[in-house]
Design a protein around this ligand. Sequence first.
Ligand code: ACO
Length: 367
Amino acid sequence: MAATSDWTANSNEALVLSLVRAREDKQVLGDNESYEAFQPTFTYPIYGEDEKIYGYQDLVIDLRFASGSLAQFLSVHYAEKLVASSTVDDVEGTLKQFVPPGWETDEEAFLARVEKDATSFTPIGRRVYSYTRPTPSASTPGDIEYEVYHATFDDPGFREYHRRMQIFILLYIEAGSYLNEEEDGWEFVVLFEKRKRKNGTAAYHFIGYSSLYNFYCFPENVRMRLSQFVILPPYQRQGHGSELYKAIYQYILTCPAVSELTVEDPAEAFEDLRDRNDLRMLLADEQFMKEGFGTQGVTASHGGGRVQKTKSHIRAAPMGAPRGTMSQGKMGPPVDKAWAEKWRKDLKIATRQFQRLVEMLIMLHLD
Ligand code: ACO
């Protein structure tokens, strides 16, 4: 009889995820591209706080998704299962509560579905943003296109699609939970890779998505709150998160009713991504930089390390003043309040974030 620990599996290690491409779509992949066998970061929302599954040896929970349609396949296998024990965890029954019905359990049927979906699946909603990157494979030179689609639950088929992708929120966002589908006001942006095949047709592959919630705010504006944001591990750290964030921001700029973009409980990595992109955007805005930092810009350290004014709306802090006390007595960067508020509103950036960005720009312009 094995020791208790042998019968206990770590659910983060036991769960293995894959994004499965059709045969033809695998042919154009570079050697270094793999979308199979990646691990979740969290499984506690599914298998409990201690992320342990009891009653199996060498447990593998093989959860696969068709790379575009996200049709699912589940297979649970193990070397041995405890039979005479009521404490054995129900691996499949537990997972079932978090994924929609209709997953395949027969591998051949799933692979047939992958082939079929690869030619028929197209993203739901309206394309709002796109960009390209060179292929990582020398054998298939050229560019890969990436497209972002905006959708709501009113788009036919999107509710079902969302039910298939939302498990990634539990698996990758700390304290992430399913949103309430019954609430009005949810909007989504979904990022896809659009990859050309050798025969000239293209296939769409899911990369990640973000959910946005629009709040009506008195008297006639909408405040858009970015609620969830995930890029799947095989695509992380390649700039796709930044592109998806830019897509959201640019989409918001085109919506006259939306007054600003806020973010719900940002994780540190997301906050970093947001700061970098917002800063890049401000630095690239010639008018903002000219008005805020003067035509010469501020390059040297003057006046004891404080910002030197060169016809700008960023004021120099008086000697001895604590940093961040210039905006009419409130904490905030030393800027002309009316000027800053005009820009903040035009750029639809939330107040606190805009203050942080201005502070960062001031620091950047200090030597
Ligand atoms: N090659 C290599 N690295 C690059 C490239 C490139 N071409 N382009 C950018 N990078 C670097 C960036 O400089 C950045 O570096 P840093 O770690 O030093 O800051 C890093 O990659 C991340 O930038 P992106 O690649 O644009 O971001 P990514 O696509 O990895 O997405 C995210 C980041 C969203 C946090 C992702 O890792 C993720 O989904 N994590 C799990 C879920 C999560 O935490 N989501 C946010 C929750 S908060 C919320 O939902 C409101």
